[in-house]
Design a protein around this ligand. Structure first.
Ligand SMILES: Cc1cc2nc3c(=O)[nH]c(=O)nc-3n(C[C@H](O)[C@H](O)[C@H](O)COP(=O)(O)OP(=O)(O)OC[C@H]3O[C@@H](n4cnc5c(N)ncnc54)[C@H](O)[C@@H]3O)c2cc1C
Length: 325
């Protein structure tokens, strides 16, 4: 029997987040019916957007208490939406919320869970997932068991779905009993993390990172200028953040951020394993390094052996020229 698949949508700038639309596309590739779910203030209007992508039914918990609340506060309403729709498969984006939801929902809803999924198929009444393991050095395939499944996708691993407008019936659901301890704690202050003016590191489709090879903090502007010309986020190796050239929020790797953009450009980065595990699942990797034997070239799709002080400004100028900047 084909499953009913519930897509848990997240809200970004008052609309269904791009990552949630990817999740919706994946859900549509499975046999069976797809239903949507959104929680938080304005959830009804956002849930209605599922209709743009061919979903005829969605559930909304329009409750501002869930805005920014920890994932535990949302789980009762996801369980309620699954019960109301008869869903046995829940698909979420590979966001922080999505990954947290997998753990919590697996326990509360008695489901098999998987995160970082890059392929999803429905075979012999069970859900099979494929995902990278060991820092991207291998790929595993698992058949999830038990009849209920919750999966979070790997960010940027899937294309956005094509539009197929259809009228969408949105059912309102109550948030249910949410213990006060599970609601967002009152915010008493905010200190913004230092980051460039471009896109966020983990969401960006292009990341340009610099390493110790740039030699001095003031030279890091070469990395930033190339990033700006491409509309990319800026990253760094730990050598750079440890030296205080850029804040730790820029760090990519084992003890920094894991990124999986469409394009990752590593400039003056040797390719230590602790850096590689944070960027290996990028779709295309370009390395610029003066040492032809640098380990980064083992994982790069394209490599430029040479002096970054000559190559990067020339690349930036060419990108600007091509893009008319
Ligand atoms: C527990 C632990 C956790 C760690 N976590 C992380 C992490 O999260 N992220 C991370 O990045 N590292 C991490 N590290 C550190 C990691 O092991 C490396 O030390 C670090 O990644 C090296 O940074 P780098 O490549 O910038 O510097 P280096 O290894 O010094 O490499 C600099 C590179 O620049 C090249 N270069 C020099 N001059 C030029 C030039 N003019 N033009 C072109 N290329 C040039 C050199 O050939 C060299 O390959 C961790 C280490 C440990 C022990």
């Amino acid at each position: 029997m084909s499953p009913t698949v519930l897509v848990v949508g997240e809200v970004q700038d008052g609309h269904l987040a791009a990552a949630s639309r990817e999740a919706l596309g994946v859900a549509r590739s499975l046999p069976g019916t797809v239903v949507g779910f959104v929680a938080g203030s304005g959830a009804r209007a956002v849930a209605d957007e599922f209709g743009r992508f061919g979903v005829a039914e969605a559930y909304a918990v329009d409750d501002p208490r869930l805005d920014g609340a920890p994932v535990g506060a949302r789980i009762p309403s996801v369980v309620a939406a699954a019960a109301a729709s008869g869903a046995t498969v829940v698909v979420v984006a590979g966001s922080t919320l999505g990954r947290d939801l997998v753990g919590g929902l697996a326990v509360r809803w008695d489901a098999a869970g998987a995160t970082g999924v890059t392929e999803l198929t429905w075979t012999d009444e069970s859900l099979r997932v494929r995902r990278p393991v060991f820092g991207g050095r291998a790929t595993e395939t698992r058949a999830l068991l038990g009849g209920r499944y919750v999966v979070a996708l790997r960010p940027h691993a899937f294309p956005a779905p094509s539009e197929a407008p259809t009228p969408c019936t949105v059912h309102a659901l109550p948030a249910g009993e949410v213990p006060p301890a599970l609601l967002a704690p009152e915010r008493t202050g905010v200190v913004a993390a230092t980051r460039g003016s471009g896109p966020g590191l983990t969401d960006a489709s292009i990341v340009v990172s610099g390493g110790r090879g740039v030699r001095a903090p003031e030279n890091f502007r070469l990395v930033e200028e190339l990033a700006a010309s491409l509309g990319a986020a800026v990253g760094a190796s730990r050598a750079v953040t440890d030296a205080g050239w850029r804040p730790t929020s820029f760090q990519v790797g084992q003890t920094g951020r894991a990124v999986s953009p469409q394009l990752y450009i590593a400039i003056g980065i040797s390719g230590a394993i602790q850096h590689i595990v944070g960027m290996i699942s990028s779709r295309v990797i370009v390395a610029i390094n003066s040492d032809a034997s640098a380990p980064i070239f083992r994982v790069a799709d394209y490599g430029i052996v040479g002096d970054l002080f000559q190559i990067v400004p020339a690349l930036t100028a060419e990108v600007r020229r091509v893009r008319g900047l």
